[in-house]
Design a protein around this ligand. Structure first.
Ligand code: ADP
Ligand code: MG
Length: 251
């Protein structure tokens, strides 16, 4: 398999505390990899380490075979890794269309982006992004009037507007209604037609909806890896989840 992202024995240490104790994983082209695990397992730290936000103490991160370990977040983003954080980072006073415009690759600053003439290619690109996130019919609505879930989709749109080859999503459905959660799963499946996707998630219904391969993190280590049913039937996983959120949520 040609990996888009390849992580080898990654370790992250915060003042003596080992948040990641040697995690290895690969993400293939246009693959969806879902990461689950109890609070504090190191899921967000793993994404932070990949994008250069948490210092890597040992191990390696390769992107399309090139080592990117401990490069700056800016440089890593420019190379084509897109990361969406837990809280939407959108311009509320602007329309959805304008938000996507500002996120397009090669845009420099709000003023020049919003005042310069739009080329056909840019308009088409924005329409393509809006279609992917299911908001094409709301293009000229202000972001401030959108629901929490719709704002999250706008931010996903802002990430794909930059043409990343891989997108990392940290709990994209947090705070969403169940309808919004389901739609987010459909959006992720559509996005995976063009991009690899790594999703951190704890809602097992959602995981079942999107998951191809699941990785379970626990106390900074990979506890299990496999399909939904392999992971659900793994005794180590069952033990970790006992007395917590149950992993075998009834379908
Ligand atoms: P998850 O996303 O799986 O809930 P995190 O990756 O956020 O877990 O955190 C993993 C562990 O690392 C937790 O014990 C957390 O307290 C610790 N941690 C995360 N970030 C920092 C930091 N910047 N400084 C110190 N400890 C941190
Ligand atoms: Mg987290």
């Amino acid at each position: 398999m040609d990996s888009v992202l390849s992580i080898k024995d990654l370790k992250v240490v915060f003042s003596g505390f080992q948040a990641l104790k040697g995690v290895t994983l690969d993400v293939g082209d246009r693959e969806i990899v879902t990461i689950i695990g109890p609070n504090g397992a190191g899921k967000s730290t793993l994404l932070d380490a990949i994008v250069g936000k948490s210092p890597v103490a040992a191990g390696h991160v390769y992107y399309h075979g090139r080592e990117i370990t401990n490069r700056s977040p800016h440089e890593i983003a420019r190379m084509g890794l897109g990361r969406k954080f837990q809280n939407p980072n959108v311009y509320n006073g602007l329309t959805i269309f304008e938000n996507i415009l500002l996120a397009l690759k090669g845009e420099h600053g709000i003023f020049s982006s919003l005042t310069s003439k739009l080329t056909r290619a840019k308009k088409d690109k924005i329409a393509w992004v809006l279609d992917r996130i299911g908001l094409l019919d709301k293009a000229y609505m202000k972001v401030s009037s959108l629901s929490h879930g719709q704002k999250q989709w706008v931010e996903i749109g802002m990430v794909i507007a930059q043409d990343p080859s891989i997108i990392l999503l940290d709990e994209p459905t947090a705070g969403m209604t169940s309808d919004e959660t389901h739609l987010t799963g459909e959006i992720i499946k559509i996005i995976s037609q063009d991009h690899s996707v790594v999703v951190i998630e704890h809602d097992m219904e959602f995981v079942k909806q999107i998951a191809q391969r699941i990785i379970v993190l626990h106390q900074g280590e990979k506890l299990a890896e496999g399909t939904v049913s392999e992971v659900q039937n793994n005794p180590k996983v069952i033990e970790v989840y006992l007395g917590r959120e149950r992993i075998d949520v009834a379908a």
